[in-house]
Design a protein around this ligand. Structure first.
Ligand code: CA
Ligand code: CA
Length: 506
């Protein structure tokens, strides 16, 4: 793709977004102050220390929901069902509560998303080969229908069409899908938002747990990840437990040809506790059975259990927040044992410096590696099905396996809905006998006898702009500076990644 073509594509992508800016829905009117209620609240709330920790009180679900969900089937539009459709804030909201019978006992919610991304790479794979400099476009469209039968049953269907253009080395499996089902499930459950209840969901379904470190629909990929099986849950006030048994779905580029992977099973139980306003915590057990998995050149059947926990909170009386997650993995690999683990810590500070909502954070990660290749004992952590893109640099050169990593992060919001973010990462191999893995979990670079552990540093800069609930734009640049290990084991050019993404969601 020539630079002129790229620029034209950018303009085509941006034009509707800019045009829509003028036509965007007006902000909802400020509620009129009741007589004697005093002056209206300032537009920008004062920055104060985080309040004391209290028991969380149940809140009535809002209409419309505050935001569209990463998984669209998690959105709760029922509170809008009995309102005057003409009174809903945006015309697209009327598509969320379409009565199919006069009494609306049968009703549907429809929606979707169109997303385009342009990517420009230099020195892919640390190489100076001709195809290492490349640019391409990605386009995908998703559409869903959520049909409710009374208060306790629904059928949810979501399709995807994903397309890639101009990649010299051809499309990757995560790029293409000429029409397939991301979700198709039937569900019987207590009403959404009920304080106590049970539910069960059967069919093809996306999965997302915690902060997506281990299980995620991987929204960054053009072709999202999905699973097929059964999930059941129980909710009792602030306690929720989910149990699931699924197989991952193999993405194929043809129409309606995605099928579950009979060689793999993902199952487990995930508990979430939201008792307190200042912290939430989760605990989980996840099993992954894989036929013919490969570690260190050895292929065997893998039986791996992950036992983990996560805590996420704010420290009352300060502007400090934290998040920690960790776990152990055990099981078998052929006749050998699996012994692995991971830990992740994030410490954040949101100082009261002006109105730009600054935040500074420090992150540390460890994921175990293997200390001896070629045998059947595995020490390599298995990152399972993560949103790898979110954690170890946006160039996706590093994954959560055999890894020591640290990063510094800063973000500001100079004007409303515009966010500037920066990260500086450092990466090391946890064990010198094991490989460097990429964000997809595969081997990025074999150890090749190197005793160097320093993999490199990466600088990530992003500019995010959201226009209401519907438009979102993302401009980003990443540069990866190879370290001693990459230098010693092959091509070692500095990698650049520039991208622009625009999405419209309804
Ligand atoms: Ca397909
Ligand atoms: Ca080993």
């Amino acid at each position: 793709m020539r630079p002129g073509t790229l620029l034209a594509l950018v303009l085509v992508v941006l034009a509707p977004a800019v045009g829509r800016a003028a036509l965007a829905e007006p902000p909802p009117p400020a509620p009129a102050a009741a007589p004697g209620a005093g002056p209206p609240a300032p537009a920008c709330p004062p920055c104060e220390p985080y309040p004391c920790c209290e028991c969380r009180k149940p809140e009535a679900p809002p209409c419309p929901p505050k935001a569209y969900g990463t998984q669209r089937f998690d959105e709760n539009w029922r509170p809008c069902l009995c309102l005057d459709p003409c009174g809903l804030p945006h015309w697209t909201d009327r598509l969320k509560v379409v009565g199919l019978t006069r009494d609306k006992a049968l009703w549907a919610s429809v929606g979707g998303q169109a997303r385009v991304r342009l990517e420009r790479w230099e020195n892919q794979g640390f190489s100076s080969a001709p195809e290492a400099d490349d640019d391409w476009g990605l386009l995908r469209v998703r559409a869903h229908a959520d049909v409710h039968l009374g208060r306790h049953a629904r059928v949810y269907a979501e399709g995807i069409w994903a397309y890639q253009e101009e990649r010299d080395l051809g499309p990757r499996p995560i790029d293409l899908n000429q029409g397939d089902l991301l979700n198709l499930f039937a569900e019987v459950a207590s009403p959404v938002g009920a304080l106590h209840g049970l539910g069960v969901r059967v069919g093809r379904q996306e999965l997302l747990f915690g902060k997506q470190r281990l299980i995620s629909p991987l929204d960054w990929a053009n072709n999202r990840r999905t699973f097929q099986g059964v999930r059941a849950w129980a909710v009792e006030g602030p306690h929720r437990v989910d149990a699931f048994w699924t197989r991952p779905v193999i993405l194929e580029e043809g129409t309606l040809d995605d099928e579950w992977n009979e060689d793999q099973a993902l199952f487990g139980a995930y508990y979430q506790n939201t008792t307190w306003t200042c912290l939430t915590w989760d605990a989980y057990l996840i099993g992954l059975w894989r036929e013919r998995a490969t570690y260190g050149g050895v292929t065997e059947d893998e039986r791996r259990i992950t036992l983990g926990a996560r805590i996420d909170g704010r420290i009352p009386g300060t502007r400090l927040d934290y998040e920690a997650e960790g776990g152990v993995q055990f099981g078998s690999f052929g006749d050998g044992d699996v012994r692995a683990g991971f830990a992740s810590l994030v410490l954040g500070w949101s100082p009261c410096w002006g109105r730009a909502k600054p935040r500074l954070a420090l992150g540390l990660d460890w994921a175990s590696g293997d200390d001896e290749a070629g045998d059947q004992d595995v020490g390599t952590f298995n990152q399972l099905f993560p949103l790898g893109h979110a954690y170890h640099g946006y160039a996706d050169l590093v994954g959560r396996q055999n890894l020591l990593a640290a990063y510094l992060h800063a973000s500001v919001e100079p004007v409303q809905s515009l966010q500037l973010k920066a990260w500086l990462h450092g990466f090391w191999r946890a064990d010198e006998a094991d490989a460097l893995y990429h964000a997809g979990g595969g081997v990025q670079r074999a150890p090749a006898g190197s005793t160097e552990t320093f993999v490199g540093t990466e600088l990530d800069l992003t500019l995010e702009y959201a226009l209401g609930r519907h438009w979102a734009a993302l401009l980003g640049w990443s540069r990866f500076f190879p370290g001693d290990f990459v230098d010693e084991t092959g091509a070692h050019r500095t990698v650049d990644f520039l991208y622009l993404q625009v999405a419209w969601t309804l």
